[in-house]
Design a protein around this ligand. Structure first.
Ligand code: ADP
Ligand code: AMP
Length: 213
C-alpha cells in the first residue's frame, strides 16, 4: 500500500503516518525527519537543508527528489510506505509519479488531513519533537508520560526552531503557494481522500483506517 499524507504543516500528518505505518506494516518515510537527522549528524545535506528550513522555506527539489526515490527503492519499502512531507511541490509529485511509472507502480491513496490555518499556530507552538527517534507530542493534546522526555527513547524533547510562531506563518504561506496545488493533482489522479483533521487524534485515525480498509 503506497500512501501520501497531504496537509498543512502541523495538520497531523506525522502523527497519523506513524499509526498507519504500524497498522499496515509499512515504513513511515518523513522527509522532514530525514533532513533533521542530517542536520543533527552535521552532513553536507543537513547544512544545505538547514538554511532553508530555518527560514520556513522548502528545501530545493534537486536536494529532495533523488533522496526519496532512493529511499522508496530500499528493501523495506517493497510492500509500500507512508510518505509524510513529500511531495510538497508539483515538480516533486511529477518526479514521484514518473519514478513509480517506470516500475509500473502508482500511489494508492493521497490522504489530505484538513485543518484550517487558525488551528495551526497553537498546534505548532505546543508541538514537542524528539530529534533522536522522530516521535512527536503536544503539550496539551498528546503529552508524553513524563514532561519533556520522549516515551519511546527517553531523549529530551524540544520545540523545533521552525515551530516558532514567526516561522510558522511563513510555512503556512509556502504551503498555500506551493503544496496546496497537490490536492488537485491527486484529485485528478483519482486517489485523493479527505479527512477532518480537527477531530481528536484517534478519531482522525479511525476515519483514515476506514478509507484504507
Ligand atoms: P505534521 O506532521 O502535519 O506537521 P504533526 O503530526 O507533527 O503534524 O502534528 C502537529 C502537532 O499537533 C503535534 O504537536 C501533534 O501532537 C498535534 N496533533 C496532531 N494531530 C492532532 C489532533 N487531531 N488534534 C490535536 N492535536 C494534534
Ligand atoms: P516537516 O517535518 O515535514 O514539517 O518538514 C520540516 C521542513 O523540512 C519543511 O518546512 C521544509 O523546509 C523541509 N522539507 C521537508 N520535506 C520537504 C520536501 N518534500 N520538499 C522541500 N522541503 C521539505
Amino acid at each position: 500500500m503506497k500512501i501520501i499524507m497531504l496537509g498543512a504543516p502541523g495538520a497531523g500528518k506525522g502523527t497519523q503516518a506513524k499509526q498507519i505505518a504500524e497498522k499496515y506494516s509499512v515504513p513511515h518515510i518523513s522527509t522532514g525527519d530525514i533532513f533533521r537527522a542530517n542536520i543533527k549528524n552535521g552532513t553536507e545535506l543537513g547544512k544545505k537543508a538547514k538554511a532553508y528550513m530555518d527560514q520556513g522555506l522548502l528545501v530545493p527539489d534537486e536536494l529532495t527528489c533523488d533522496l526519496v526515490v532512493d529511499r522508496i527503492s530500499q528493501a523495506d519499502a517493497v510492500n509500500g510506505y507512508v510518505l509524510d512531507g513529500f511531495p510538497r511541490t508539483i515538480p516533486q509529485a511529477e518526479a514521484l509519479t514518473s519514478a513509480l511509472a517506470s516500475r509500473g507502480e502508482k500511489i494508492d491513496f493521497a490522504i489530505d488531513v484538513e485543518v484550517p490555518d487558525e488551528n495551526i499556530i497553537s498546534r505548532m507552538s505546543g508541538r514537542r519533537a524528539c530529534l533522536s527517534c522522530g516521535a512527536t507530542y503536544h503539550v496539551e493534546f498528546n503529552p508524553p508520560a513524563k514532561e519533556g522526555i520522549c516515551d519511546v527513547c527517553g531523549s529530551r524533547l524540544v520545540l523545533r526552531d521552525d515551530d516558532k510562531p514567526e516561522t510558522v506563518q511563513k510555512r503556512l504561506d509556502v504551503y498555500h503557494a506551493q503544496t496546496q496545488p497537490l490536492i488537485d493533482y491527486y484529485k485528478d489522479a483519482g486517489v485523493l481522500r479527505t479527512v477532518d483533521g480537527t477531530q481528536d487524534i484517534q478519531k482522525v485515525f479511525q476515519d483514515i483506517a476506514e478509507i484504507l480498509g
